[in-house]
Design a protein around this ligand. Structure first.
Ligand code: AMP
Length: 420
């Protein structure tokens, strides 16, 4: 019979990989607490219309990469059209509008971690299912919070152990000044149509900013293209200037990147991405985000400013492996083995040690003691607690599996001896 494999673009995380995931998730959770974010969860799938309205029909996420799901064939759900979420912001803002969260004392600071789905061509660092740590601040027009979020993401990368992460920042203006910038881009690129890819020629008609996103765009053509920073209205220019001044004041490593327009329609003003310095262009971003002051209205709510970022955990972990980041050592593992066949005693002893907080793996076999100790060492146990007749006096054998040293001690003393 043919074997069954994980779907293309997805991965199984085997036990040797999950400690790195535990690490980044723990850092994200702790930063969420220290930066006073509240957890929110939204469904893994939403109406296609939410993404079409929020992200824009011409975004890659909607046009090419929507991972559609259907209810039972012919059902209402099937006709309505659902998609697995390609990103978290649209769902969170949908929840904000749906539950009237604007009445709560704000600004709201919300965080979520979980899988996202894009039906893209899989390659290194690009999967069809990947995970993001996401934070959103809704109801704060900035610019201080823009700098605070860039500082938060920078701290995340530092705390997971990555070095040389640099923030690329840009401002793409707002409803007042973006039309002028779009026109300038259309005018410029129309003179160079022969040098654009088919994809870019199409983008020039539907969403000219996205031509700058085209990886195949010739560098000289990109460098000479009109820059959004030169087309900002006064309010957007002041906002951007203040964000940059705050980043300087905080000593945060950043560069202004005029090509950084981000792929989604909902962004306004500040946009940012994080990459490893010196590797720009060779590798995809580790994370990114931006301000989306028009999104709540697109989803049917009142006009509400917002800003957020999504950090790609898969790519963060790949970068940690490339930089040979060492992870904190796991808690020492204790094996509970026994002479004789008294499994009730072994399980009781294991229970006592677990109550004291230790990680414990009892041997459920009736093999000879020597075999049990060998097996314990093979699965990585650092200590073996040997249960025998001394248990009547509440004593056990404690064997250091590294040195081979063994002594008999009271069960209550085991946790203290192991922790040293
Ligand atoms: P985006 O909204 O596309 O900027 O995504 C935010 C972050 O999520 C990116 O910077 C990546 O780190 C990560 N990401 C986006 N798409 C993928 C993907 N297909 N596979 C793995 N990570 C991804």
């Amino acid at each position: 019979m043919a074997t069954l494999n994980a779907p293309r673009g997805t991965r199984d995380l085997l036990p040797e990989e999950t400690p790195a995931w535990d690490r980044v998730e723990a850092v994200a959770r702790d930063l969420g607490r220290r930066y006073a974010f509240d957890r929110i969860e939204t469904p893994l799938f939403e109406r296609v219309e939410l993404f079409a309205r929020g992200l824009g029909e011409s975004s890659d996420a909607v046009e090419k990469e929507m991972f559609r799901v259907s209810g039972a064939a012919g059902s209402d759900e099937d006709r309505a059209g659902w998609a697995l979420r390609p990103e978290p912001t649209a769902g969170i803002v949908r929840a904000y509008v749906e539950h009237g969260l604007h009445v709560r004392p704000g600004p709201l600071r919300l965080t979520m971690t979980g899988p996202m789905f894009r039906y893209d061509r899989p390659q290194a660092g690009r999967y069809r299912q990947f995970s993001q740590w996401d934070v959103e601040v809704i109801g704060d027009p900035g610019p201080a919070v823009d700098a605070e979020l860039i500082e938060l993401a920078t701290r995340f990368y530092a705390e997971v152990g990555l070095t040389d992460v640099v923030a690329h920042v840009n401002s793409i203006g707002d409803a007042e000044c973006r039309p002028g910038y779009r026109n300038a881009l259309v005018e410029y690129f129309s003179q160079h149509l022969d040098r654009l890819t088919d994809d870019s020629r199409r983008r020039l008609e539907v969403n000219p900013l996205r031509v700058l996103d085209d990886k195949a765009l010739a560098p000289d053509l990109a460098d000479a293209a009109p820059k959004s920073a030169d087309h900002l209205c006064d309010a957007c220019r002041d906002h951007f200037r203040t964000v940059l001044d705050l980043l300087d004041a905080l000593g945060l490593r950043h560069v202004v990147d005029h090509r950084l327009v981000r792929g989604l329609d909902y962004y306004t003003r500040t946009t940012f991405e994080f990459v490893i310095a010196g590797r720009e262009g060779q590798q995809q971003a580790l994370g990114g985000g931006g301000r989306y002051d028009g999104l709540a209205e697109l989803i049917g709510g009142r006009s509400t400013p917002g800003i957020g970022f999504g950090i790609g955990l898969d790519r963060t972990i790949l970068a940690m492996a490339e930089q040979a980041v060492t992870l904190p050592p796991p808690a020492p593992l204790v094996a509970v083995v026994g002479t004789g066949d008294d499994h009730a005693s072994r399980l009781r002893v294991a229970g006592r040690l677990r109550e004291a907080g230790l990680a414990v793996r009892p041997d459920g076999s009736s093999r000879k003691l020597g075999k049990q100790l060998e097996a314990a060492a093979k699965v990585g146990a650092r200590w073996a607690v040997i249960v025998g007749d001394e248990l009547e006096r509440d004593e056990v054998g404690l064997k250091d599996l590294d040195s081979g040293e063994q002594r008999t001690i009271s069960l209550d003393e085991v946790p203290g001896s192991i922790r040293g």
